[in-house]
Write a protein that binds this ligand. Structure first.
Ligand code: UN1
Length: 527
């Protein structure tokens, strides 16, 4: 894309329209009045207001999705509850087979789905491919897991007794996701929930409904081959208020997995807790990386740039705070700015572009306001920060680097945009204190070849985050690990490791196979 060239702006518009038509045809979706409601294979007649979806690439309207009414969402929940009665009795490895078939389908449609993600959300095509790959990886993980939903057997203290635990399906799982990972985050939850024997109701971000509907079309291809009742995999696309409320407040939804802002997550947590339901919360991050004098600086530089500007700074795991040792501070900042100058900002559909547009006007406003606040709090901008002229929408910004004094309210906030704050430190303890000195606790990284420093960072008095990386950036976690963070990030864990346990109910079983009745703790109670 040529900055300021109207002919290239026009050609981007044409490309967007061509790709959009192609994607619509491919996924058999309607541009206008596409239903945002499905309980499996077919589209249902959604009777709520139409929801518009725009592409950040040009700012133009893509199409509209008809939202379900709150009553229809209640209907979906009861259908999902009924379907659960059937799905939970299918052996887990067989449920895994369904997920394996989904994986086969996703592999086939990877490129088209990635193009839709780029169109609707604006991340660069390479990252969109990575996002769809996360879904595929999640499927593969879940298929293996479907044969490994292990419970422990414990040694009973009583004679002729067996003590063990087993894991049962939980019920209807509501998955409420954010715009920035319009496919992957649902898949972390849904693929696990499905092998665990749960049914899933998905409320995608109102900014990315078409991505969710294309996902549903892919899943529907598999569901068509299985004779399952409707209600196993459901989507209710629409705005958060009314639809989200039904899911959050329904007694028939034992688990709500929510990804989004800290303030929204807090409300979800309170409401679900009020009915004693469970939540998995994946809220804001405010991730830091410490670069120490012993680090491989070339490697650190590359990692920092990807983590800070990838997805235009709109990942929960985006690097927002860079903590540099004073001995390398000047050189590192200088080199960083040099790399920032070389970043290609532009049409995210174009191969080789590094930074696409922000998702919407509000995000741009937040980006600008944060810079003002930084100045007001004694910091200053070292590079970038402007909204770019001559682009097909007003959503393209130059990633920014700002210097921040150690204690500063704006750097305690998550600004969902490419705004990286740099800090200076002298002692490693001071750097760790800075890392931990924010309300959020998602991801963190240290760049060092000094064993003591690294182990300190990983120790109980080290990073307080859910993710702690060494010589790799804060973003781009593999699905095999449990994903999530502490403090205001919400404490939830999703995807790999034993995150599946939150999607099941644990049952502790004691079997007396003897002829007498010994009581635990040696209690005697003779009657
Ligand atoms: C998110 O931003 O909500 O670790 C998820 C990463 C990705 C997922 C981010 N695998 O950056």
């Amino acid at each position: 894309m040529q900055v300021g060239s109207s002919s290239s702006v026009e050609s981007v518009r044409q490309q967007v329209q061509a790709v959009w038509e192609d994607v619509l045809r491919y996924f058999e979706l309607r541009r206008e009045g596409q239903s945002g409601l499905s309980t499996g294979v077919d589209w249902l007649d959604a009777q709520g207001e139409p929801l518009p979806s725009y592409t950040p690439i040009t700012g133009e309207l893509l199409g509209t999705v008809n939202q379900p009414t709150p009553e229809q969402v209640e209907e979906v929940v009861s259908r999902a509850k009924e379907a659960f009665n059937v799905w939970r009795m299918i052996p887990a490895p067989k449920r895994g087979q369904l997920v394996r078939e989904i994986a086969d389908e996703v592999r086939r449609h990877k490129e088209q789905l990635a193009r839709l993600v780029t169109l609707e959300m604006g991340k660069i095509i390479e990252e969109a491919r990575g996002e769809v790959q996360e879904w595929i990886d999640m499927c593969d993980f879940a298929v293996g897991l479907s044969r490994q939903l292990y419970g422990l057997t414990m040694a009973s203290e009583r004679e002729h007794h067996r003590l063990y635990e087993q894991w049962h399906p939980l019920g209807v799982v509501a998955v409420i996701t954010a715009f920035n990972f319009p496919v992957a985050v649902w898949s972390w939850n849904a693929m696990i929930a499905l092998v665990c024997g749960d049914t899933v109701v998905w409320k995608p971000s109102s900014v990315t409904p078409f991505c969710a509907l294309a996902v549903q079309q892919i899943v529907a291809r598999v569901l068509r081959r299985w004779s399952l009742p409707e209600g196993v995999v459901n989507v209710v696309a629409g705005t958060s208020g009314a639809i989200g409320s039904v899911l959050v407040d329904s007694k028939d939804v034992p688990l709500v997995s929510f990804t989004g802002s800290i303030s929204a997550g807090r409300k979800v947590a309170e409401r679900v807790a009020a009915r004693l339901g469970r939540t998995i919360l994946e809220l804001g991050g405010n991730n830091a990386a410490i670069v120490t004098p012993s680090a491989n600086l070339d490697l650190a530089l590359r990692a920092v740039v990807f983590a800070a500007v990838g997805t235009a700074g709109q990942r929960c795991t985006t690097l927002r705070r860079l903590i540099l040792h004073e001995s390398i501070y000047d050189t590192f900042v200088e080199r960083l700015i040099k790399v920032y100058r070389q970043l290609r900002i532009g049409n995210p559909l174009e191969e080789g572009v590094h930074v696409g547009p922000l998702v919407g006007g509000e995000a741009v406003q937040t980006f600008l306001t944060a810079q003002e606040q930084l100045r007001a709090e004694g910091g200053r901008l070292l590079y970038g920060g402007e909204v770019l002229e001559g682009y097909p929408s007003r959503l393209y910004v130059r990633p920014a680097i700002g210097y921040a004094p150690a204690v500063c309210p704006i750097t305690c906030e998550e600004t969902f945009a490419p705004l990286l704050y740099v800090f200076r430190y002298r002692e490693i303890e001071e750097a760790i204190a800075l890392n931990n000195g924010v309300p959020q606790g998602l991801s963190s990284a240290i760049f060092s070849t000094d064993l003591r420093e690294v182990e300190l960072f990983l120790s109980a008095k080290g990073s307080d985050c859910g993710i702690a990386n060494v010589n790799t950036g804060t973003s781009g976690a593999e699905i095999g690990g449990a994903f999530g963070g502490e403090k205001d990030t919400g404490g939830g864990r999703e995807a790999g490791s034993d995150a599946w346990k939150a999607y099941m109910r644990r049952q502790t079983v004691t079997i007396n196979w003897g002829e007498s009745l010994p009581l635990a703790q040696g209690i005697r109670f003779d009657v």
